[in-house]
Write a protein that binds this ligand. Structure first.
Ligand code: HEC
Ligand code: HEC
Length: 271
């Protein structure tokens, strides 16, 4: 029994097309894109589906529903009604599944074309590919969210708009909701990476606050203290020394010598 993702149409369909040279494929993709105006009605389709423009018209009910449920609903973390015209709680038979009125459905169709091109043209054209072949699916990027963003990007937006405390609050909410899922990485380096972005933007006070949050969550991660040391060095040498000493106490052996040197230089400089 193949797993649902192995049944994805773009995985079964491409071996056929791949017998064609890439130039033909590209031409085909171009012509398809140019002629498939989403507003144009289409001739009769396979087993009862009225408006398939990317998925094969003879796709079985089972395969289509697997894609809708596992790749689309699961991959994006939404319900059918995110893309299809219909109300939550209504029976599916009352939905207008063929309608293209919702922008999300039209975007999803474009995404299908994109994923086809990635798997069928770009990846397929690589020499010496990994075995078994790695395939891109909706979930590769989306990981259970509609806008595939990293946690840092989500928080960054909040910090810029509403300030660092709002960003901290948003981070806590998202962590509460998504911790343990594949949607966001809440590992110990997520916030140090974010702090680096803030430092590059000259938002030092915000960076300090974010590193303090990381210490609350990962008090044993030495590198956070090392970053703090550098940030507070000028205005608070006393604190800087404490942070660096903490880093030294927690760092793995390989990094201790380097940190000790920083401490010696710092102490020599502040005399
Ligand atoms: C992320 C958006 C998205 C979600 C969520 C989604 N669909 Fe779809 N659905 C599409 C797109 C896009 C098509 C058209 C594909 C094409 O043009 O080849 C489609 C087509 C269909 C069709 C064929 C309609 C026809 O007659 O042409 C059915 C049936 C369907 N979806 C059912 C569902 C069900 C049931 C769910 C919930 C379990 C669902 N879909 C969730 C985007 C979505
Ligand atoms: C290579 C990464 C990538 C893959 C793979 C991918 N997407 Fe997307 N998707 C994006 C990005 C980036 C956006 C945001 C586009 C924007 O609005 O600027 C997006 C946006 C969307 C949206 C609109 C967001 C919303 O609020 O509804 C839908 C729907 C969507 N994708 C569906 C899909 C489906 C279905 C698949 C699989 C067939 C898929 N995507 C595969 C990157 C990807």
């Amino acid at each position: 029994m193949p797993s649902p993702s192995e049944r994805l149409f773009f995985q079964r369909r491409f071996p056929l097309r791949l017998a064609w040279p890439v130039s033909v494929l590209l031409l085909f993709a171009f012509v398809t894109a140019a002629t498939s105006q989403d507003s144009k009605p289409k001739e009769a389709e396979g087993p009862g589906f009225e408006n398939l423009r990317v998925l094969p018209s003879d796709i079985s009910q089972q395969d289509l529903m697997d894609i809708m449920r596992f790749d689309f609903v699961g991959g994006l973390g939404v319900r059918c009604s995110h893309c299809h015209v219909g109300e939550e709680g209504q029976s599916l038979s009352q939905y207008d599944l063929a309608s293209d009125d919702k922008p999300a459905k039209r975007k999803a169709r474009e995404m299908l074309r994109m994923v086809e091109a990635i798997n069928g043209v770009h990846l397929a054209g690589l020499d010496d590919r990994a075995e078994p072949a790695v395939r891109v699916s909706c979930e590769t990027c989306h990981r259970g969210q509609t806008q595939p963003r990293m946690i840092q990007e989500v928080i960054h937006h909040t910090v810029i708009q509403d300030g660092v405390e709002a960003g901290v609050e948003r981070f806590r909410e998202l962590r509460e909701e998504y911790y343990g899922s594949h949607t966001f990485d809440f590992g110990r380096t997520a916030l140090t990476a974010f702090a680096r972005t803030l430092i590059a933007e000259q938002r030092r006070a915000e960076a300090i606050r974010i590193l303090e949050l990381n210490i609350e969550l990962y008090p044993d991660y030495w590198y956070t203290y090392r970053m703090l040391f550098e940030l507070v060095m000028e205005e608070n040498p006393e604190r800087a020394r404490r942070e660096l000493e903490r880093a030294i106490g927690l760092a793995p052996e390989g990094s201790v010598a380097w940190l000790r040197r920083s401490l010696e230089e710092f102490l020599a400089g502040s005399e």
